[in-house]
Design a binder for this molecule. Structure first.
Ligand code: TXA
Ligand code: MG
Length: 332
């Protein structure tokens, strides 16, 4: 049985949230909101609990997890070396959507790091996530709270769709504001490398620590272990398209066609289903996973999603869209 509790992030019911912390303390699994996407959490230092995360999600064991902390000082628990770049980035962007990869300290369970010599740590900005970590008295290991392969959840309803009956508790704390997962940057190498783009862009980090490598959309580029798996896939097939007004040329008769485009309401698109992705790539990011799931609910066979810009959060959006489309991209 999965218990679902509703908490207002602006006015946290501490008694209710303590129930979630008790679940974590006793080795259970709790889905909770963060500013990026919902996470599925367990006590980082309880190997059995962490193993259950993999089971609940159907996640391959070679894909390591991010540990979530509520105080920068807790970095000490994880890293045997904390380079100055880590402190600078943490001071600038924590709490927030940035995950640091550092050389791991002994004592971090192998299942958290998938046996790697490095560890991923993030301090989120979401009030419920922060208070939950504090009340639990331990860092919380958490991947996104979806079944492996499906789009990351940005609402409690998505978590319920994927994980009801598979986890102990789901906290409904409203929608995740950013909508795509944190930027992952590897600081264990001489030059920092972005393994997964996110809202904190390469330019943002360069302004704080200087040289940062982002190999970008190049095939064979360095990636998070997790990025090799199928990702963000609704049942409908996704096609990324640069010139969205051209989508009709690529449809087949009998298909239920969905189009996701910025300012779609003004663009006069006559597809079966049209979703407006907002005015900016930030709004597009906030809605993308929600809309991919909605496309399935609304019966779409194919989803044409407009290609975003190549700067700022657009870089991360492109990354998620390309993964979700499995390489089906139509350029002008
Ligand atoms: O925004 C987020 O990051 C969300 C929220 C819940 O915090 N979490 C999230 O977790 O997206 P997950 O597990 O879905 O993605 C974590 C990514 C995976 O691609 C994983 O391979 C990578 O981080 N990762 C974790 N530890 C790593 C390590 N030691 N070295 C390289 N990549 C690592
Ligand atoms: Mg994930």
């Amino acid at each position: 049985m999965t218990k679902i509790i509703k908490i207002d992030p602006a006015n946290i019911d501490m008694e209710l949230l303590s129930q979630a912390a008790d679940v974590i303390k006793h080795g259970g699994l709790v889905a909770f909101p963060t500013e990026t996407v919902y996470g599925l959490g367990a006590d980082t230092f309880n190997s059995d609990a962490v193993a259950n995360i993999f089971r609940a999600k159907g996640r391959p064991m070679d894909n390591p997890l991010i540990s979530h902390i509520s105080d920068i000082a807790d970095l000490e628990m994880f890293a045997r070396e904390i380079p100055p770049s880590a402190i600078k980035l943490a001071e600038e962007f924590w709490g927030g959507p940035l995950t640091l990869i550092l050389k791991k300290k002994a004592g971090i369970p192998d299942c958290v790091t998938a046996g790697l010599d490095t560890v991923a740590v993030r301090l989120p900005s979401h009030s419920i996530a922060n208070v939950l970590i504090k009340l639990s008295g331990t860092p919380i290991a958490a991947p996104s709270a979806n079944l492996s392969g499906s789009p990351s959840p940005t609402t409690a309803t998505h978590c319920i769709q994927d994980l009801d009956g598979r986890v102990d508790m789901i906290i409904d704390g409203g929608s995740s504001m950013i909508g795509i997962e944190s930027t992952v940057i590897d600081l264990s190498t001489e030059v920092p490398v972005i393994l997964r783009p996110g809202m904190i862009s390469p330019e943002d980090m360069r302004s704080v620590i200087g040289e940062v490598v982002y190999a970008g959309e190049v095939e064979g580029a360095p990636k998070c272990p997790g990025m090799k798996y199928t990702h963000y896939s609704p049942n409908a097939s996704v096609i990324v398209i640069e010139d969205v007004s051209d989508y009709k040329k690529h449809t087949r008769s009998g298909e239920t066609v969905c189009v996701i485009a910025k300012n779609a309401s003004d663009a006069g698109i006559a597809a079966d289903i049209v979703y407006d992705a907002g005015n900016s790539d930030a709004e597009y990011a906030a809605r993308l996973f929600y809309l991919l799931r909605k496309a399935d609910e609304d019966g779409a066979d194919v989803v044409f999603a407009q290609l975003p810009e190549t700067s700022g959060i657009g870089i991360a959006l492109r990354n998620r869209l390309f993964k979700s489309a499995g390489g089906r991209v139509i350029m002008k």
